[in-house]
Design a binder for this molecule. Structure first.
Ligand SMILES: C[S@@+](CC[C@H](N)C(=O)[O-])C[C@H]1O[C@@H](n2cnc3c(N)ncnc32)[C@H](O)[C@@H]1O
Length: 302
């Protein structure tokens, strides 16, 4: 790869397969849920019944009853089947000191954790980060679900890179209890991160539906990579990972197979001549003017 950044319009599997072993320093992905085909299959069971309409062994009568539809399980199996080869490739291309952040919904995280434990090894699982936000309607039928999960694995628990000094410190919840010096320095964030979703009227907003906040990516990249490192996001969406990586002096490689994503990235990276675009020409959508700096001092609370 050149010293510049790369954006690929492609299915991510062949791109991953084309990368060399251990050539990436940090991977962050935020895959969509359930890209597999929805297969709705009615499950049936055959039972003995005097009024049955099927003749079985010993001339006994049987009837067939429906016991439900297996659509959810099937589509979920498809989903894990879709993810697995990509996760295996991610593991292969990750450097020995590399880290892998996997952003997922609370309903899927447990299944994905089991798969990732198999691929990375349980000993290389470091954290489950909870990104907590507070937005939108609240159900009164259960605890309103207002968080995402981010699983952190490393390639090798004895060699991984993690720079706690580079992490932006945050205010103590009760600064009066720790003394003025500590209060002024702030504390290290824990594995629970409070951060707003991308505000509708912010400059950060690209209009891409699943866009994640720069503040979340900035924190990940600061802690788990060094300047000049290569950061890979192969479910890139609006390109948040690339934006955060390049503002922190890292190189990025982004991949997405949806034209809308490439269009959003063309606008986001308008005015940049240090990006190699593969399979997509951004120019018709660009003005050539660089976008204003996007890090706004809002968002992370704890
Ligand atoms: C949840 S979005 C990522 C959003 C991103 N984190 C952001 O901040 O904008 C998931 C992305 O994965 C892309 N995607 C799904 N399947 C893919 C595939 N096989 N190869 C490449 N990209 C894929 C979708 O087009 C979508 O843009």
């Amino acid at each position: 790869m050149s010293n510049g950044h790369q954006i690929h319009f492609s299915d991510n599997l062949p791109i991953l397969q084309s990368l060399e072993d251990e050539s990436v320093d940090l991977v962050y992905i935020d895959p969509p849920f359930n890209t597999g085909k929805k297969q709705e299959r009615t499950q049936v069971k055959t039972v003995r019944s005097s009024s049955g309409n099927r003749l079985g062994f010993g001339n006994r009568l049987y009837s067939t009853i429906k016991i439900g539809k297996a659509a959810y399980d099937d589509s979920f199996d498809d989903y894990l089947g879709f993810l697995e080869p990509r996760l295996r490739e991610a593991h292969r291309v990750l450097a020995q000191h590399g880290s892998f952040y996997f952003h997922i919904d609370y309903r899927e995280v447990h299944y994905c954790k089991i798969l990732l434990d198999q691929i990375f090894g349980r000993e290389n699982f470091l954290n489950e980060i909870i990104w907590a936000y507070d937005y939108g309607a609240r159900t009164t039928k259960k605890w309103p679900t207002k968080h995402d999960n981010i699983l952190l694995y490393v390639k090798d628990v004895d060699q991984y890179f993690f720079d706690s000094d580079a992490i932006e410190r945050i205010p103590y919840m009760a600064p009066g209890l720790v003394g003025p010096e500590k209060a002024a320095r702030g504390k290290l964030p824990t594995d629970t991160w409070w951060h707003t979703i991308v505000p509708t009227n912010s400059r950060e907003k690209t209009g891409y539906p699943t866009q994640k906040p720069l503040g979340i990516l900035k924190r990940i990249i600061q802690a788990s990579s060094k300047p000049e490192d290569l950061v890979l996001d192969f479910f890139a969406g609006s390109g948040t990972t690339g934006e955060a990586a390049s503002r922190l002096g890292r190189r990025f490689m982004l991949v997405d197979n949806n034209e809308q994503s490439l269009k959003a990235m063309a606008q986001r990276f308008d005015g940049r001549d240090d990006i190699d675009w593969m399979g997509f020409d951004p120019k018709p959508l660009q003005t050539g003017k660089i976008q204003p700096a996007l890090f706004e001092p809002v968002g992370l609370l704890h």
